[in-house]
Design a protein around this ligand. Sequence first.
Ligand SMILES: *Cc1c(COP(=O)(O)O)cnc(C)c1O
Length: 307
Amino acid sequence: MYQCDPLTQLIQQIGVVEATPIQQVETNWTKKAGISLLIKRDDLIHPVISGNKWRKLKYQLAHLVNQKSRHVISFGGGYSNHLHALAFCCHHLNITCRCIIRGRYPTPTPMLNDIRNWNANIDYVTKDEYLKRHDESYLNALRERFSGVVLIPEGGSNYFGMDGIKDLAEQIPHDVDVVVLPVGSGGTTAGLIRALPSHQSVLGVAVLKGEGYLEELVKQFLFKEQYSRLNWSINHHAHCGGYAKKNDELIKLCEEFEQDTHVPIEPVYTGKCVLGIKQLCERGYFQTGSRVLMVHTGGLQGKRALG
Ligand SMILES: *Cc1c(COP(=O)(O)O)cnc(C)c1O
């Protein structure tokens, strides 16, 4: 048997599939608007690791392995798909993972239970301390306290993440007109804007209240010439009041969409993306005949925490 690197080994061992299918779906609102709706099924990359979280982590994990670094720290809330994916991968790569969690969870969420079972360390911090997660002095203090540690930002959104999203962009057919996806920390959106050819536009659907703020998050990963690229924008009409907030319209739409298309979605990210697309169809936003591709960013493991 030939020697292969630990990341390739991990991919084989846990069964990650990066060449995910693209599926065309139809609902009464896509038909009325006269568009083709395609779904890039990145939820099928792996049952535990959310679609875009694998894409964003892949090259950081490769880097860790190459550096022979055995310790990472990252940040998130108690329901974080990113920390969940990271802790799972670190467990399999035998890397120590320390999760800095915003707030306290006297009753751990299902994700926190998994994370602990994968032997990650959990540090609960106050909301005020969590606000410092991007401050250089705070991060330096962590580097001093845990020497040799590698810090990964919230959501896994950094330049390694951009490279992973480029792999996704390369799997999107050239005859697609608009690529739509949910926006949280903006990393996936930025990665697509950077990598897609200029005849394709990128439309992010905000999953939280953040008009202006989310655009800034995306721009920090773009060069000037990319952020003046006119064909990207963020829609702020489908967040239903904030992160993880939901209403009857959203819940009903998630159920109907699953029945009509057999594509599973959840209300925190992908459900809001579908809601955004439906609202835009009803407003006549897409030209008749448009080929609209929604990136299914995964997150289905989060469904069990929603009750
Ligand atoms: C984290 C996440 C997102 C948001 O991606 P960002 O790169 O942070 O904008 C979207 N969908 C799912 C399912 C996620 O877990």
